[in-house]
Write a protein that binds this ligand. Structure first.
Ligand code: FAD
Length: 519
């Protein structure tokens, strides 16, 4: 998506600046205001792009796509939607990497945030790096910017954000509307915990700068707020000195309790200044029936990994990373040794790579390039992402991984599993998380290259059904639900406030209808 989308967007910028874009006002189903009438497109190319997402499951046709060239354009659009008696819905589209139509609108207007990139206009944040005595280093970045671009720019200054997602071709506004999690979350919290300030255009069309001190209600609501309260146009992101390289380790386990206890032990070393701890912890489940991606491991070791998985049927993998720079390059091996000492992985199944920091952070993009070549990128992705409490993770393992998947030889997508510390999350923010000090994320990243997405969806339903029947309290991450009752259940004690914030900041229910929370 990023390549074709950016190219398309650049062509569009050229077309707009050359004044060549057709004025579709007379063909729109509504009468747009004069000052922004040339920002709408409803030709099939624009509509088709906004009618799909990375999930390729939901198709929803918008009335028009809006190509803003400034923050004021977005404000005018929202004010217009509030005035217009038909109350058209507005959905911001960052990179469209949602999987269930969250950034779409049914007969409304999709805002193509990417169009704000590279606009040579004042008032747009772009990516600007600064310092202050109170905050140290930080970056002001436009909500439309990609994390890969934020990384590339900050690295030029020897700096880097601290909290990431596994994949970096996602927009800042898109991930902050969910949470933004990865192997660094145990230590720094999700991306939403690493934001100092936001500029938001609310659903009423107000431009508000908010933080924990200024308009805190809006700040907390927007972070993890699924696009319900406003469109993020700027985020001030915490930065720290960037490491140069990383030691990238994978260790294989044949015993779930050893695996999860070791993961939890590793994430307990989570102080920001904790020099001895890991910088990143994730994990995977490998099953006999697949998928079995062993490309990380040396060729000569691959046969023994395959036979380990075949022998046990199910194997767990801890992925651990330790950053280093010039000042720590002589001690990193020793530190790593201390860190893995006593861990209970299968003897001899410890593998290590040494790569540049950016190569590690951008790792999924390398998979993307391969999958695109094979035609497996733009395919349906019936993903299911869950958060569940630590106290129930072992029931989940035996009930789902072993009793259902292994016994029934069910093929799934890549399964990611790792714990996080609740104290690195701010409970005032909107994201719904389990109520235990440690909770796990389990991600079923199905990709329908081999079987139909409906078959994977049936697997997802089996997982959710098992949890419901056995009292395992799961919250969906990147959620999608059918009814408002499901949403009320999802937000739990946060629902009343979520609803109140909606009434405060988007009383006419205009924003992000694709989430299907209020509409
Ligand atoms: P979109 O899909 O465009 O939008 C998502 C939602 O945010 C919509 O409701 C939209 O209206 C709203 N929105 C978008 N921009 C704004 C804005 N500026 N202001 C307000 N609302 C806005 N997530 C993780 O946390 N960790 C991961 O490791 C991770 N890995 C991923 C890997 C891949 C390959 C993919 C495809 C996704 C991954 N995700 C991950 C999920 C991703 O974070 C979310 O799907 C996120 O929403 C994608 O950002 P986007 O720019 O594509 O958002």
């Amino acid at each position: 998506i990023p390549i074709s989308f950016n190219m398309f967007s650049m062509i569009n910028i050229l077309v707009i600046s050359m004044g060549l874009i057709s004025q579709p006002a007379e063909t729109l189903s509504f009468e747009p205001p004069q000052n922004i009438s040339d920002r709408f497109r409803n030709d099939s190319q624009a509509i088709d792009l906004a009618s799909t997402d990375y999930g390729h499951i939901i198709q929803t046709k918008s009335a028009a796509v809006f190509y803003p060239t400034s923050i004021d354009d977005i404000r005018s659009l929202i004010l217009f939607a509030n005035d217009n008696s038909s109350r058209i819905g507005i959905g911001a589209r960052g990179q469209g990497h949602s999987v269930r139509g969250q950034c779409m609108t049914d007969n409304g207007v999709v805002v193509n945030m990417t169009n704000l990139m590279n606009q040579q206009k004042t008032g747009l944040a772009g990516i600007i790096i600064s310092q202050s005595p109170a905050l140290g280093s930080y970056a002001d970045v436009g909500g439309e910017q990609l994390w890969i671009d934020v990384l590339t720019e900050t690295l030029k200054h020897g700096l880097s954000p601290v909290s990431w997602t596994d994949y970096l071709y996602l927009s800042v506004g898109g991930t902050l509307s969910n949470a933004g999690i990865s192997g660094q979350t145990f230590r720094f919290g999700p991306q939403i915990s690493n934001v100092y300030e936001l500029d938001v255009i609310t659903g009423k069309g107000d431009f508000v700068t908010c933080s924990t001190d200024k308009s805190p209600e809006l700040f907390y609501a927007v972070l993890g707020g699924l696009g319900q309260f406003g469109i993020i146009t700027r985020a001030r992101i915490a930065l720290q000195p960037a490491p140069k390289r990383v030691k990238w380790v994978r260790m294989l386990y044949n015993d779930f309790s050893a695996f999860s206890q070791d993961q939890e032990r590793l994430i307990s070393m989570n102080g920001i200044q904790e020099k001895d701890g890991a910088d990143y912890i994730e994990g995977f489940v490998l099953m006999r029936q697949g998928p079995l991606d062993i490309s990380f491991y040396p060729l000569s070791d691959q046969p023994k990994i395959v036979s380990l998985v075949t022998q046990y049927g199910i194997i767990y993998c801890i992925e651990l990373v330790k950053y280093y720079d010039n000042s720590t390059q002589n001690s990193v091996d020793k530190d790593l040794q201390v860190l893995v000492q006593g861990l209970r992985f299968v003897h001899g199944f410890h593998f290590e790579k040494d790569v540049e920091y950016i190569r590690f952070l951008n790792r999924v993009h390398y998979d993307e390039l391969i999958l695109r070549k094979q035609g497996f990128w733009d395919v349906p992705h019936p993903w299911l992402n869950l958060f569940l409490p630590r106290s129930q993770i072992s029931d989940f393992d035996s009930g789902i991984f072993k009793d259902i998947f292994l016994k029934q030889s069910i093929t799934t997508g890549l399964i990611i599993i790792y714990p996080m510390n609740k104290n690195k999350w701010n409970d005032k923010m909107s994201t719904a998380i389990p109520d235990e000090d440690i909770f796990y994320t389990v991600a079923f990243l199905h990709s329908s290259g081999i079987q139909d997405w409906e078959a994977y969806d049936a697997v997802n339903k089996q997982v959710l059904g098992f949890c419901e029947k056995n009292g395992i309290v799961v919250k969906q991450y990147l959620p999608h639900y059918e009814t408002q009752g499901d949403w009320i259940n999802h937000f739990g004690s946060k629902w009343t406030n979520f609803q109140k914030m909606k009434a405060n900041f988007d009383p006419n229910n205009i924003l992000s209808p694709g989430q299907r929370i209020f509409s």
